[in-house]
Write a protein that binds this ligand. Sequence first.
Ligand SMILES: *Cc1c(COP(=O)(O)O)cnc(C)c1O
Length: 507
Amino acid sequence: MKYKSTRSDETVSPSYALLHGLAGDGGLYVPVRFPENVLTYDDIKEKTYKQIACLVLSYFFTNFSAADLEAMADRAYNRETFRAETVVPLRSLDTDVSIAELFHGRTSAFKDLALSIFPHLLTAAKKEETECGEILILTATSGDTGKAAMEGFKDVAGTHITVFYPSDGVSSMQKMQMQKQEGGNVDVKAIYGNFDDAQSFLKRVFTDKEVNAYAQKKGVMFSSANSINIGRLLPQIVYYVSTYAALVENGSIGVGEPFDIVVPTGNFGNILAAYLAGKMGIPLGQLICASNKNKVLADFFASGTYDMNRPFYTTNSPSMDILLSSNFERFLYYLTGGDTDKVAAWEKELAETGRLTAGEAERAALTEHFAGDWIDDEETKFVINHTFNDNMYLFDPHSAVAYGVYLKRKRAGLMSGRHTVIMATAHPYKFPSVICEALGLPADEDPFDALERLYAVSAMNIPKPLKRLQKLPLRFTETINKDAMKTAVMETIDRIGAHTERRRGLE
Ligand SMILES: *Cc1c(COP(=O)(O)O)cnc(C)c1O
């Protein structure tokens, strides 16, 4: 399997795409020939998550042997990395609605599902592409990716990771998770700016000739752990496939019967993985993109115009506070049937004017599979409160946005009547103060006090890694201006370079 850019016909190997993250022309890598309709229920029935992961990934990483993929999946999906036996357990709210819980990994967010296997894919790729030196992973995070990436990469030989997060754009628990990160190869900096600032900066660094030349001289290569990287995106297909198998097995749907999915969306990576699972043969009905007040995607699905010229809101579902959704570019690529010239022209327009409009043909293709909707912070809290009181189920704010959008569309007669799966992307205890507010409990500053209070009313166990956090020392408390990000990256390159030279001197 070869990969190509969404903006041109430059093709590369899977290992090259994994290592570089972003294509040289600024586009994103996509498989040259997507494996369409290759999966049926018979291929996946009675398989474990690990086995499904090996099967799905074997279509995309043809360069790795079955035994190699199996070893990677073993290390990624086991009882130390995931608390749930089935990795992604399903719960039912009622006969029409299931919840796929994607938050049983080490950092309690769905990012763990891809980021527990991504470091193994990347180190295997590094072995294949022998010319590259030390890898520096640069990651922008809206709260969850950064922590999950650091947990995945901490103390992995030959890799270093630097994370940038918006100082005022993450929950107190998310901040604590990052500030207390362990590992000798990690660095975290808060920035005065938002997620879009951090992500745009990194995209520029990845294609900046001067910075790249400097890094190369020091024996350092950049990569990305954001969902622009195929190593992040493709492993996310797996849980849509496993969810289909689980729905058939528990009798919610029949073999081959389509189901709808609601995905709380920010960077468009998770919902794009659903779309790709559908392309592989999983019977999907409608894919519903759920947004908070930063509803640029919901507006796009309604009007066909993607318009970033609008205020940026800090909401109580911070991991979705994004106006420029990176993976949207891959979506445009598929929407146009792989028209790289059109995608390149759109991306240029978007960069220059902050706006793009899809044509009639694309809009028709769009509404065939997708819909978008949104709810605000007050409605999100209302949903958390009611689902807890009526169904004894505690949603985190992001998953509550998805369920709230489902309820809103159901009331408006817009749901199809098919079985619907809500993708639950984070553990509620990652956002203790919002949950306390929603339940009418005091929401004080200390997130650990809030956790104890939530435990008292819900009897839901506190995940061990969150509990352990309380006793760890603060390590990374620096906040920098966004125009100091380049200097920070240069300093890290120097530090890695000096370290490599020292080691070479000793050998
Ligand atoms: C990252 C994240 C999202 C958004 O996912 P995308 O793939 O960026 O669309 C939603 N919820 C939570 C909890 C997240 O961490």
